[in-house]
Ligand binder design. Structure first.
Ligand code: ACM
Length: 255
């Protein structure tokens, strides 16, 4: 499986332009799974008013339709982050589509800083979808700081975690190899880069393997990156012949 990310600097409030520039940038690249950054169609630093104005229903909005169409034409899987509107709520969501079919969405559970003024906290469980025999889980950006997020996805069978991000701190890039190692899974963190409304994003998107190694790492510039993965490696949860990172858990001693 070729797993890829596209790191770029979205234009605030220009969903159509952002989608067109992503699709143009990845056009000549091969991939089975493409992961894009958090809020990659609207930009990140939104006001409450803008988040209401620029959010869309999922899957019934134009952004989901555009990615559905592209995933059908390229026969691939795409995960991206966007502002989702449902009734009076706006969620910071990630969406999964495969070969023209909508598979599902995740709403960010751990909101970061001022996101707490803009978005409703996620109300959907950490979910794993099976895509052509490979189990894919979703989490978003700051979820990295809560090991329970990746742990829950790992416990639910995820072999690959797609992780749309808009990181302003340089810490997640240090943590993700550990999230991958402690759950023996692959992770694809698609960060954004550039500046927006006084915020500077840290780039350095990365793909990690179940042994904690980094298979691809971007710089701070716009970049397409990929790795060829064998998701079956994520089925082996052993650290030693007598230690499994899941079977050896002792939940009665944990919080
Ligand atoms: C973040 O969760 N966007 C830092």
């Amino acid at each position: 499986m070729i797993a890829a990310y596209y790191q770029f600097s979205p234009k605030t409030g220009k969903a159509g332009q952002n989608i067109a520039s992503v699709l143009k940038a990845v056009e000549k690249n091969d991939f089975d799974l493409l992961v894009l950054p958090e809020l990659c169609t609207t930009g990140y630093g939104l006001t409450q008013e803008e988040s209401r104005q620029w959010s869309e229903p999922v899957p019934d909005g134009p952004t989901t339709k555009a990615f559905l169409d592209y995933s059908r034409s390229r026969q691939c899987t795409i995960v991206w982050g966007m502002a989702e509107r449902e009734g009076c709520h706006v969620y910071n969501s990630a969406v999964l589509v495969h070969k023209g079919y909508y598979l599902g969405k995740y709403r960010k559970i751990h909101l970061f800083l001022n996101e707490k003024d803009i978005f409703t906290p996620g109300n959907l469980p950490f979910t794993v979808w099976e895509v052509e025999g490979v189990k894919i889980g979703l989490m978003i950006c700051f979820d990295w700081a809560f090991p329970e997020a990746a742990r829950t996805l790992g416990a639910r069978g995820a072999q690959v975690i797609a992780h749309p991000s808009n990181l302003v701190l340089p810490l997640c890039q240090k943590a993700m190899p550990i999230r991958a190692l402690e759950n023996r899974i692959f992770t694809i963190t698609a960060n954004r880069c550039g500046r927006e409304r006084g915020l500077s994003f840290t780039g350095k998107s990365l793909i990690c393997a179940p042994d904690g190694s980094v298979l691809s790492r971007a710089s701070k510039q716009a970049a397409f990156g990929y790795a060829v993965l064998d998701p079956r490696e994520a089925l082996n949860k052993s650290l030693t012949p007598r230690n499994s990172v899941f079977e050896d858990r002792r939940p009665s001693f944990y919080l």
